[in-house]
Design a protein around this ligand. Structure first.
Ligand SMILES: Nc1ncnc2c1ncn2[C@@H]1O[C@H](COP(=O)(O)OP(=O)(O)O)[C@@H](O)[C@H]1O
Ligand SMILES: [Mg+2]
Length: 234
Protein backbone atom coordinates (compact mmCIF):
# COMPACT_ATOMS: atom_id res chain seq x y z
CA UNK A 1 0.00 0.00 0.00
CA UNK A 2 1.26 3.42 -0.88
CA UNK A 3 1.06 5.96 1.88
CA UNK A 4 0.82 9.63 1.04
CA UNK A 5 4.20 11.29 1.38
CA UNK A 6 4.76 14.90 2.27
CA UNK A 7 5.51 17.43 -0.46
CA UNK A 8 9.30 17.86 -0.94
CA UNK A 9 8.94 21.58 -0.34
CA UNK A 10 7.34 21.00 3.04
CA UNK A 11 10.20 18.71 4.02
CA UNK A 12 12.75 21.30 2.93
CA UNK A 13 10.96 23.92 5.01
CA UNK A 14 10.95 21.65 8.02
CA UNK A 15 14.70 21.15 7.63
CA UNK A 16 15.28 24.87 7.38
CA UNK A 17 13.21 25.48 10.52
CA UNK A 18 15.20 22.83 12.40
CA UNK A 19 18.46 24.46 11.31
CA UNK A 20 17.20 27.89 12.32
CA UNK A 21 16.14 26.53 15.73
CA UNK A 22 19.60 25.02 16.24
CA UNK A 23 21.33 28.26 15.23
CA UNK A 24 19.14 30.29 17.59
CA UNK A 25 19.74 27.85 20.45
CA UNK A 26 23.50 27.96 19.86
CA UNK A 27 23.39 31.75 20.06
CA UNK A 28 21.35 31.86 23.22
CA UNK A 29 18.40 33.44 21.40
CA UNK A 30 14.85 32.66 22.44
CA UNK A 31 12.91 31.94 19.19
CA UNK A 32 9.75 33.37 20.81
CA UNK A 33 11.52 36.71 21.18
CA UNK A 34 12.12 36.76 17.42
CA UNK A 35 8.64 35.96 16.14
CA UNK A 36 7.15 38.96 17.93
CA UNK A 37 8.98 41.52 15.85
CA UNK A 38 10.57 39.94 12.79
CA UNK A 39 7.81 40.96 10.36
CA UNK A 40 8.37 44.67 9.93
CA UNK A 41 11.24 45.79 12.16
CA UNK A 42 14.77 45.11 10.87
CA UNK A 43 16.40 42.72 13.31
CA UNK A 44 20.02 43.60 13.96
CA UNK A 45 22.58 41.28 15.58
CA UNK A 46 22.47 43.63 18.58
CA UNK A 47 18.68 43.28 18.86
CA UNK A 48 19.04 39.51 18.68
CA UNK A 49 21.73 39.56 21.36
CA UNK A 50 19.73 41.73 23.73
CA UNK A 51 16.69 39.46 23.31
CA UNK A 52 18.78 36.59 24.69
CA UNK A 53 19.94 38.48 27.77
CA UNK A 54 18.28 38.60 31.16
CA UNK A 55 16.20 41.81 31.40
CA UNK A 56 18.28 43.23 34.26
CA UNK A 57 21.41 43.34 32.12
CA UNK A 58 19.93 44.12 28.69
CA UNK A 59 21.00 47.74 28.90
CA UNK A 60 24.38 46.97 30.48
CA UNK A 61 27.23 48.95 28.97
CA UNK A 62 30.82 48.04 29.77
CA UNK A 63 32.71 51.11 30.91
CA UNK A 64 35.51 49.65 33.01
CA UNK A 65 38.82 50.44 31.21
CA UNK A 66 40.18 46.90 31.68
CA UNK A 67 36.93 45.37 30.40
CA UNK A 68 37.02 47.63 27.33
CA UNK A 69 40.66 46.69 26.74
CA UNK A 70 39.64 43.03 26.92
CA UNK A 71 36.90 43.66 24.33
CA UNK A 72 39.43 45.21 21.95
CA UNK A 73 41.82 42.29 22.40
CA UNK A 74 39.14 39.64 21.80
CA UNK A 75 37.82 41.60 18.78
CA UNK A 76 41.35 41.78 17.37
CA UNK A 77 41.66 37.98 17.57
CA UNK A 78 38.26 37.33 15.98
CA UNK A 79 38.33 35.26 12.78
CA UNK A 80 35.99 35.26 9.78
CA UNK A 81 34.93 31.68 8.98
CA UNK A 82 34.93 32.52 5.24
CA UNK A 83 35.55 35.43 2.92
CA UNK A 84 32.96 38.12 3.48
CA UNK A 85 31.60 36.36 6.59
CA UNK A 86 31.24 38.21 9.89
CA UNK A 87 34.24 37.78 12.15
CA UNK A 88 33.60 35.47 15.11
CA UNK A 89 35.15 35.31 18.57
CA UNK A 90 37.92 32.71 18.37
CA UNK A 91 40.62 32.87 21.03
CA UNK A 92 41.54 35.53 23.55
CA UNK A 93 42.43 36.43 27.10
CA UNK A 94 40.09 36.03 30.05
CA UNK A 95 39.10 38.28 32.94
CA UNK A 96 38.70 37.56 36.64
CA UNK A 97 36.39 40.29 37.88
CA UNK A 98 36.64 40.47 41.64
CA UNK A 99 34.67 42.63 44.01
CA UNK A 100 32.00 42.75 46.68
CA UNK A 101 28.42 41.72 46.03
CA UNK A 102 26.70 44.45 44.00
CA UNK A 103 29.93 46.03 42.73
CA UNK A 104 28.78 45.74 39.09
CA UNK A 105 30.71 42.66 37.94
CA UNK A 106 27.86 40.89 36.14
CA UNK A 107 26.86 44.22 34.56
CA UNK A 108 30.35 44.60 33.08
CA UNK A 109 30.35 40.98 31.85
CA UNK A 110 27.10 41.36 29.89
CA UNK A 111 28.21 44.81 28.78
CA UNK A 112 31.36 43.25 27.34
CA UNK A 113 29.37 40.81 25.19
CA UNK A 114 27.25 43.70 24.00
CA UNK A 115 30.34 45.77 23.17
CA UNK A 116 31.74 42.94 21.04
CA UNK A 117 28.50 42.57 19.08
CA UNK A 118 28.30 46.37 18.77
CA UNK A 119 31.78 46.28 17.26
CA UNK A 120 30.50 43.91 14.56
CA UNK A 121 31.97 40.73 16.02
CA UNK A 122 29.83 37.59 16.02
CA UNK A 123 29.69 35.96 19.44
CA UNK A 124 28.45 32.52 20.34
CA UNK A 125 28.24 32.88 24.09
CA UNK A 126 26.69 31.50 27.19
CA UNK A 127 26.26 32.89 30.69
CA UNK A 128 25.82 30.79 33.80
CA UNK A 129 26.45 31.16 37.49
CA UNK A 130 28.90 28.58 38.78
CA UNK A 131 26.15 27.28 41.11
CA UNK A 132 23.70 26.73 38.22
CA UNK A 133 26.41 25.06 36.20
CA UNK A 134 27.21 22.58 38.99
CA UNK A 135 23.50 21.81 39.32
CA UNK A 136 23.28 21.20 35.57
CA UNK A 137 26.37 18.98 35.52
CA UNK A 138 25.50 16.81 38.53
CA UNK A 139 25.36 13.22 37.29
CA UNK A 140 21.73 12.13 37.23
CA UNK A 141 19.54 9.71 35.34
CA UNK A 142 18.57 10.65 31.80
CA UNK A 143 21.08 13.49 31.47
CA UNK A 144 24.36 13.32 29.59
CA UNK A 145 26.33 15.62 31.88
CA UNK A 146 29.61 14.90 30.09
CA UNK A 147 28.08 16.26 26.90
CA UNK A 148 26.84 19.33 28.77
CA UNK A 149 30.30 19.92 30.21
CA UNK A 150 31.82 19.67 26.73
CA UNK A 151 29.31 22.20 25.39
CA UNK A 152 30.14 24.74 28.12
CA UNK A 153 33.86 24.07 27.77
CA UNK A 154 33.71 24.74 24.01
CA UNK A 155 31.42 27.75 23.77
CA UNK A 156 33.53 30.57 22.26
CA UNK A 157 32.69 33.04 25.05
CA UNK A 158 31.59 31.99 28.53
CA UNK A 159 30.43 34.18 31.41
CA UNK A 160 31.08 32.15 34.56
CA UNK A 161 29.37 34.19 37.23
CA UNK A 162 29.97 34.02 40.99
CA UNK A 163 32.77 31.48 41.00
CA UNK A 164 33.40 30.40 44.58
CA UNK A 165 29.88 31.15 45.79
CA UNK A 166 28.67 27.53 45.70
CA UNK A 167 29.43 25.12 48.53
CA UNK A 168 32.95 23.72 48.07
CA UNK A 169 33.49 19.99 47.64
CA UNK A 170 35.87 17.63 45.90
CA UNK A 171 33.34 17.22 43.09
CA UNK A 172 32.97 21.00 42.63
CA UNK A 173 36.75 21.34 42.52
CA UNK A 174 37.08 18.55 39.96
CA UNK A 175 34.36 19.90 37.63
CA UNK A 176 35.76 23.43 37.87
CA UNK A 177 39.21 22.07 37.05
CA UNK A 178 37.96 20.13 34.02
CA UNK A 179 36.06 23.17 32.69
CA UNK A 180 38.81 25.72 33.30
CA UNK A 181 41.54 23.40 32.01
CA UNK A 182 39.76 22.82 28.70
CA UNK A 183 39.15 26.53 28.17
CA UNK A 184 42.73 27.25 29.25
CA UNK A 185 44.13 24.77 26.72
CA UNK A 186 41.96 26.13 23.89
CA UNK A 187 42.62 29.79 24.86
CA UNK A 188 38.87 30.45 24.91
CA UNK A 189 37.90 33.82 26.40
CA UNK A 190 36.06 33.49 29.71
CA UNK A 191 34.60 36.24 31.85
CA UNK A 192 34.73 35.06 35.45
CA UNK A 193 33.25 36.98 38.35
CA UNK A 194 33.85 36.28 42.02
CA UNK A 195 33.33 38.02 45.30
CA UNK A 196 36.11 36.05 46.96
CA UNK A 197 39.58 37.39 47.66
CA UNK A 198 42.23 35.53 45.69
CA UNK A 199 43.38 33.45 48.69
CA UNK A 200 39.82 32.37 49.46
CA UNK A 201 39.21 31.58 45.79
CA UNK A 202 42.34 29.42 45.71
CA UNK A 203 41.11 27.52 48.76
CA UNK A 204 37.72 27.05 47.10
CA UNK A 205 38.69 25.92 43.60
CA UNK A 206 42.05 24.32 44.38
CA UNK A 207 45.61 24.99 43.29
CA UNK A 208 45.28 23.54 39.78
CA UNK A 209 42.46 25.94 38.90
CA UNK A 210 44.01 28.90 40.72
CA UNK A 211 47.29 28.43 38.85
CA UNK A 212 45.56 28.36 35.45
CA UNK A 213 43.40 31.35 36.33
CA UNK A 214 46.51 33.27 37.37
CA UNK A 215 47.98 32.74 33.90
CA UNK A 216 44.89 33.02 31.69
CA UNK A 217 43.09 35.93 33.37
CA UNK A 218 43.71 39.57 34.00
CA UNK A 219 42.41 40.50 37.43
CA UNK A 220 39.91 43.36 37.49
CA UNK A 221 39.27 44.89 40.90
CA UNK A 222 35.97 46.63 41.56
CA UNK A 223 35.51 49.45 44.06
CA UNK A 224 33.94 48.07 47.27
CA UNK A 225 30.54 49.67 46.72
CA UNK A 226 27.28 47.72 46.68
CA UNK A 227 25.37 49.45 43.88
CA UNK A 228 22.17 47.65 44.86
CA UNK A 229 22.13 49.32 48.28
CA UNK A 230 23.34 52.74 47.17
CA UNK A 231 20.60 52.79 44.52
CA UNK A 232 17.95 51.91 47.10
CA UNK A 233 19.26 54.58 49.46
CA UNK A 234 19.31 57.26 46.77
N1 LIG B 1 27.96 50.76 35.50
C1 LIG B 1 26.69 50.62 35.93
N2 LIG B 1 25.75 51.51 35.59
C2 LIG B 1 24.48 51.38 36.02
N3 LIG B 1 24.04 50.37 36.78
C3 LIG B 1 24.94 49.45 37.17
C4 LIG B 1 26.31 49.52 36.76
N4 LIG B 1 26.95 48.47 37.30
C5 LIG B 1 26.03 47.79 37.99
N5 LIG B 1 24.83 48.35 37.92
C6 LIG B 1 23.60 47.88 38.59
O1 LIG B 1 23.93 47.65 39.95
C7 LIG B 1 23.35 46.43 40.40
C8 LIG B 1 24.46 45.48 40.85
O2 LIG B 1 25.28 45.16 39.72
P1 LIG B 1 25.74 43.66 39.41
O3 LIG B 1 26.52 43.70 38.15
O4 LIG B 1 24.57 42.75 39.46
O5 LIG B 1 26.71 43.41 40.66
P2 LIG B 1 27.62 42.13 41.03
O6 LIG B 1 27.54 41.19 39.88
O7 LIG B 1 28.99 42.69 41.25
O8 LIG B 1 27.04 41.57 42.30
C9 LIG B 1 22.54 45.88 39.25
O9 LIG B 1 21.19 46.28 39.40
C10 LIG B 1 23.15 46.53 38.04
O10 LIG B 1 22.19 46.66 37.01
MG1 LIG C 1 26.75 39.29 39.86
Amino acid sequence: MRTRTREPQTLAEAGALDRLARILAARNIDPAALTASNESVPYSPLDALVAGMPPRYRGAAADHPQVLAWCREVAAQAIAPGTGARRQVATGPSLLMAGVVGAGKTHQAYGAVRALVGAGVGVRWRATTAADLYAELRPRAGVDSERNLTAVARVPLLILDDLGAAKASEWVEEITYRLVNRRYNQCLPTLITSNLAISALRAHVGDRVASRLAQMTTRVEFAPVDRRRTRTAA
